[in-house]
Design a protein around this ligand. Sequence first.
Ligand SMILES: NC(=O)c1ccc[n+]([C@@H]2O[C@H](COP(=O)([O-])OP(=O)(O)OC[C@H]3O[C@@H](n4cnc5c(N)ncnc54)[C@H](OP(=O)(O)O)[C@@H]3O)[C@@H](O)[C@H]2O)c1
Length: 258
Amino acid sequence: MQSGFAQELHGKTALVTGGTRGIGFAIARAFLERGARVAITGRKEDGVRAAVASLRDAGPDRVLGVAAHSARPEDVARAFGEAQAAFGTVQVVVNNAATNPTMVPLAEVEPEVFDKILETNLKGYWLVAREAARRLREAGVPGSIVNVSSVAAFRAWPGLGAYGVSKAAVNMLTQVLAAELGRHSIRVNGIAPGVVRTRFSEALWKAPGAEEKAAARSSLGRIGEPEDIAGAAVFLASDASRHVTGQTIIVDGGTTTG
Ligand SMILES: NC(=O)c1ccc[n+]([C@@H]2O[C@H](COP(=O)([O-])OP(=O)(O)OC[C@H]3O[C@@H](n4cnc5c(N)ncnc54)[C@H](OP(=O)(O)O)[C@@H]3O)[C@@H](O)[C@H]2O)c1
């Protein structure tokens, strides 16, 4: 029997939240390079504009940017609406926009900071997945939702407590959505990166000696680059993963197993 699939995304429309830089940007570029039409979001209008301009070489007529906050239902609906109007029903969604504004012990996190983390990292992911699922079911087309989690969901990282709690919840969001949406041919999976060189994680690699320390914890001897995460996203978005759902793939260079 022939496999009948390719890791190609020709003809698919994807929406990547937080696609203006870092991991989301690398995923958006990888999707464009494989033929998808891609909408990216970010809160800041200028960031969206700049990212779209630098993605154009990968797919001049296939990229769109929408300034939208993932945790605001009206922004989420607008982002999907604009993507759908430009490129058709969004079949691939990458929930990637997340935040971690603090690095203090969990017992010292202020309530409003805790709320902010859970609002973006968990409620935002749920709102985006909910909008995607509604539109996919209405259109009667199959889909793939990919939730970017973190290794902090699996093991306690002192100083990243509220963030780790939010990502552990994202893993269960992935499992429940997969169980409920499978019958509608909507797959839901996650990717859990280790330390990746982005603005978000600067505290973990930028200070003198920090990168070497983080790299030493990994079997592959280096921290991740945003492009290292994009391959798993392409796999989960494509038909190559057509029988995979409810899983969270750890992409950390072997940090959690080394
Ligand atoms: N970097 C790592 O080491 C690492 C490790 C494990 C997991 N992760 C996960 O990987 C994902 C991406 O992280 P990153 O390192 O690439 O971060 P990043 O470089 O800081 O990029 C974050 C992106 O999200 C957008 N964003 C933030 N809050 C948003 C909101 N409420 N609504 C819409 N967009 C929002 C940002 O644009 P605006 O600022 O314009 O909104 C930006 O495009 C996150 O889920 C993170 O938890 C990262």
